[in-house]
Design a protein. Structure first.
Length: 283
């Protein structure tokens, strides 16, 4: 992942200041003004950026823009706000990076060489890539914006734009993506359970589970660090009263253990005799 330098890029094109960031280089109609409006004091803007950087993880953004000066300005604004940024100077490179990477937001210019923005977006959605996409375009008519959204875009920002609005829109899309991930997966140590694809990963290794095994590990991860009884597991997974003479829970737990740790060196599911089980991250 490449971070764009924080230092602003010099342009021969005049730009106007609007508080926290320069106006986008697409606007050439006014002279530079270094004043800061009283409604957006410097310490407030800095505090917001610091608070953003204290999030659990930095959101990552792919900027697909063929104009390198514009890409550098966009990247600089996003890095200053607290994002990790990667660049793609063409549609084909952008498509490859978007398919191979794991970005929280994609900022996509509509007019690109090799593959135009909407074609790239259509290919991403066909490949089941659900990363939120903010489309940038000088085509600002209603029908153009509608075309972009119907192609799979999540937001559409017409040029010229203010960087403060760009970062706010990217931030909103990133928050939505990260919140959805928190709902759609469970993580305990090196175990990650994808609740959408119904897949378990152990140290990034995909573990094949039968439906009942998946339901059991989901229940254990939901209650990680807590002792759960066989009765609790059975009634959650099977949905009816537990037969205390049955060994079905122990059989399934044994199979899950072998799949997670074939050598038995890093146990994750621990047995509490005559009581139940505890799932813990390996020490």
């Amino acid at each position: 992942m490449v971070q764009i330098p924080r230092a602003p890029v010099s342009f021969a094109v005049p730009m106007t200041r609007t508080g926290s960031r320069d106006r986008t280089p697409f606007d050439t109609g006014t002279e530079e003004d270094n004043s800061t409006p009283p409604s957006e004091p410097q310490e407030t803007r800095q505090g917001r950026r610091i608070q953003n950087k204290k999030e659990k993880r930095m959101a990552s953004v792919l900027v697909v823009e063929d104009d390198r000066r514009v890409a550098a300005e966009i990247g600089s604004a996003l890095v200053e706000y607290g994002f990790q940024v990667d660049e793609a100077p063409s549609g084909s490179i952008g498509l490859r990076k978007a398919l191979d990477g794991n970005f929280d937001v994609i900022v996509l210019d509509r007019m690109l060489p090799e593959i135009d923005g909407l074609s790239l977006l259509t290919e991403l959605r066909a490949a089941k890539v659900s990363t939120p996409v903010l489309i940038l375009s000088a085509l600002s008519a209603v029908n153009e914006r509608v075309d972009g959204l119907r192609a799979g875009g999540d937001d559409y920002l017409a040029k010229p734009f203010e960087f403060i609005e760009l970062t706010a829109r990217v931030d909103a899309l990133a928050r939505r993506k990260i919140a959805a991930e928190a709902v759609n997966e469970r993580v305990v140590g090196d175990l990650r359970l994808d609740l959408i694809e119904r897949v378990l990963y152990c140290a990034d290794r995909e573990i094949e589970l039968l439906p009942k095994e998946f339901a059991i590990i989901e229940f254990l991860m939901q209650n990680a660090g807590t002792l759960v009884s066989r009765k609790m597991i059975f009634e959650s997974v099977w949905g009816y009263s537990f037969n205390h003479q049955s060994s079905v829970i122990d059989v399934h737990i044994g199979k899950i253990r072998k799949k997670l740790d074939p050598d038995g060196l890093n146990p994750r599911i621990h047995t509490v005799r005559n009581t139940g089980f505890i799932l813990r991250a390996p020490s």
